[in-house]
Ligand binder design. Structure first.
Ligand SMILES: [Zn+2]
Ligand SMILES: [Zn+2]
Length: 348
């Protein structure tokens, strides 16, 4: 079977490997689709979070082709969406319920750019989610980024009738928009420099879509959404902001736009440090909340959104490539102006 591994910067190798020899806690999944994550692109372009020979691809869905004797609730032929992370359940953070911060992950499965994945220690309803027949593999492969987005939205403490602002419309930001729409937010403003991504957000139903090159976002939102006052600050009237861009230059404006007691939910990883006015945070009691990965509960929520078609993910698939064309797939995903989510499939 084929499996793509990272070998060096801008070099992904397609290996021909023997078939798996599974054990009683294992499940074999015939991959239907695997999305290229932003972290996969960081690995490809910069060598981040990877090493030679390491498999790439953790956003996958497919068909169960083998089930170990100790795995309950799954049958050969089931179509499943996969949460690749298996937290230990024992460490201090797991005991706190912060399973996403477990530093002792057990098993799981990666290497979704492959014909098959061997998944170890997965539990149905926590890592392995059976999907209805009318959910495509590409939709199901959004489970992981949608879970990330669901956590970031949860952290943003949105009030449905207040404006909520989202920076960045890559696949996480686009999924954030889907979660906000599914929850019924009444005024969702999204910002991105890519016309293709803005167009997808417009079609998805974002209430206002802004190009930060053409529009002074802060001035525009102070004018259209109004201002608020607190003891030492004049501010905008935005209750919640989610940054999925990692573009640190947006943060001073975000702090200006937030009303007192507003929330800034940060889910985008940044490649440099931010210069922000700490007094904005102190005097307005702004809550700045990081959001990293997801817990099994976030995943269960996201799986339900996908299974019940409360989110519309298919338009986010900008390209699909066969596994044989994995390098072209990575080159396409790195072009942020024209790609949203690139999918790789063994059978495309
Ligand atoms: Zn991912
Ligand atoms: Zn743990």
């Amino acid at each position: 079977m084929r499996l793509a591994t990272w070998e060096a910067i801008e070099m992904v190798k397609l290996n021909d490997l023997p078939e798996f020899d599974p054990g009683p806690k294992d499940v074999i999944i015939d991959v239907g689709a695997c999305g290229i994550c932003g972290s996969d692109v960081h690995a490809y372009v910069e060598g981040a979070w990877t090493a030679p020979g390491k498999p790439l691809g953790h956003e996958f869905a497919g068909t169960v082709s083998w089930v170990g004797a100790e795995v309950a609730g799954l049958s050969v032929g089931d179509r499943i969406a996969v949460n690749p992370a298996v937290p230990c359940g024992q460490c201090a953070r797991c005991q706190d319920g912060r399973f996403n911060l477990c530093n002792n992950r057990q098993g799981g499965g990666s290497g979704g750019f492959a014909d098959r994945v061997l998944f170890t220690n997965g539990t149905v309803g926590r890592q392995l989610f059976v999907m209805p027949d009318d959910v495509s593999f590409e939709e199901a492969a959004f489970l992981e980024p949608l879970s990330v987005a669901a956590r970031a939205v949860d952290h943003a403490e949105i009030k449905l009738d207040e404006p909520v602002l989202v920076f960045g419309l890559g696949s996480i930001g686009a999924c954030v928009l889907q979660v906000l729409l599914a929850q019924g937010a009444k005024d969702i403003i999204v910002v991105d420099t890519s016309e293709a991504r803005r167009e997808a957000a417009r079609k998805a139903g974002a209430h206002e879509v802004l190009d930060p090159i053409a529009t002074d976002v802060v001035a525009h939102l102070l004018e259209t959404r109004g201002t608020t006052t607190s003891p030492y600050q004049e501010s905008g009237a935005i209750g919640s902001i989610i940054d999925s861009s990692g573009a640190v230059q947006v943060l001073p404006g975000a702090l200006t736009l937030l009303r007192a007691a507003g929330t800034l939910s940060l889910v985008g990883l940044a490649s440099r440090d931010a210069a922000i006015n700490i007094n904005d945070i102190v005097q307005k009691e702004i809550r700045v909340q990081g959001s990293f990965a997801y817990t099994p509960a976030d995943c269960a929520y996201a799986a339900d959104l996908i299974a019940t078609k409360k989110v519309d993910l298919t338009p986010l698939v900008s390209h699909t490539f066969n596994l044989d064309d994995i390098t072209e797939a990575f080159e396409t995903q790195r072009q942020t102006a024209t790609s949203i989510k690139v999918m790789v499939s063994p059978t495309a």
